[in-house]
Design a protein around this ligand. Structure first.
Ligand SMILES: Nc1ncnc2c1ncn2[C@@H]1O[C@H](COP(=O)(O)OP(=O)(O)OP(=O)(O)O)[C@@H](O)[C@H]1O
Length: 309
């Protein structure tokens, strides 16, 4: 779907993208990076809206430097910031965007009705956008990205400004864009956790460079640890220390954080190994739960095991 090779974008004072080389396959891909990591800059280059300083990129096999208009005909784009006209209705706006993409008037109206229904904006579609909630505005932005039936959509921070329920609904919608319509999705976020739930594949960028690209499954395992707490017994007055030794003997990588033991989850067997080691020691198991590393910890590779939320 997307290939970049040594892609670099320098602004006068910052290098927003620094020799980024990556490959994005069909499906739902999450692009994670802290604020300022270069996500929006990448999307603008991929759409042919901003030139790269160096390097090359292709979207759907089309060169971003020369084929911008053709790319934008086949790709939908949901921008990060609020950019909707307040005084028209969702229907008027999305029909307009469909017409801009080349759909005939009747097709534009039909596709608009279908798309707005898909994003859950059917009842309110004739009301002026200015009166919409943030969640409704995000849905209009998603609808206009989908209305011309693109092969790929680029969604820039679609959950921005949403409350937890709105966030979950938006993530569910994004998943269905691929499941129901077969449209591939590149979705950005600064929250790793939400993309883990939505994406087949995760790409992490930091300071404009590729930090990591892997399937979500591999990523979750590599970025999660198991928090284990055990009781003390007469035989083991310091149960935590005894368990730390036992886990090490069982080949597990573990770090103590007060009374918590943070075990790196290598694979599914880790859970059984922990359980068996605890049973063998004869101490009580108070808790055993999966903790996700915060994105900052993924960046600098120093896991501490705190949950990101
Ligand atoms: N037009 C511009 N001129 C100068 N610097 C820019 C411009 N656009 C972005 N930058 C800088 O480039 C870097 C990357 O910005 P970018 O918007 O791509 O990051 P991002 O990952 O999308 O972050 P955010 O989620 O905060 O938008 C930042 O340091 C930003 O200040």
């Amino acid at each position: 779907m997307i290939v970049t090779e040594g892609l670099t974008k320098r602004y006068p004072r910052v290098t927003a993208l620094d020799r980024l080389t990556m490959r994005i396959e069909p499906g739902v891909t999450g692009l994670v990076g802290a604020n300022g990591a270069g996500k929006s800059t990448l999307i603008k280059i991929l759409l042919g809206l901003a030139p790269a300083t160096e390097g090359a990129a292709a979207v759907l096999g089309l060169d971003v430097a020369t084929e911008g208009p053709r790319i934008r005909a086949d790709v939908g784009y949901m921008p990060e910031h609020d950019c909707l006209p307040p005084d028209v209705s969702a229907t008027e706006f999305v029909v307009h965007m469909a017409r801009m993409s080349g759909l005939a008037p009747t097709a534009a109206r039909e596709r608009t009705a279908d798309t707005l229904r898909h994003v859950g904006l059917y009842e309110e579609r004739y009301r002026a956008i200015g009166g919409y909630s943030t969640g409704m505005k995000q849905r209009v932005k998603l609808a206009q990205a989908l209305v011309h039936d693109p092969r790929l959509v680029l969604l820039d921070e679609p959950t921005n400004g949403l409350d937890p329920v709105g966030r979950d609904e938006m993530l569910g919608l994004i998943r269905r864009v691929h499941a129901d319509f077969g449209i591939s999705v590149l979705v950005t976020s600064h929250l790793l956790g939400e993309l883990e739930r939505t994406s087949d594949h995760i790409v992490v960028i930091d300071g404009g460079s590729l930090l990591r690209s892997s399937s979500t499954r591999d990523f979750t395992q590599a970025t999660a640890s198991l928090a284990v707490e055990v009781t003390d017994t007469d035989r083991h007055p310091d149960g935590t220390r005894a368990a730390l030794t036992a886990f090490a003997e069982a080949g597990l990588t573990t770090r103590a954080d007060g009374r918590l033991l943070l075990v790196d989850i290598r694979d599914e067997d880790t859970y059984d190994t922990v359980r068996d080691a605890v049973a063998e020691l004869g101490v009580g198991l108070v808790r055993m739960e999966q903790r996700r590393h915060r994105i900052a910890e993924v960046f600098d590779n120093r896991p501490t095991g705190h949950d990101e939320k």
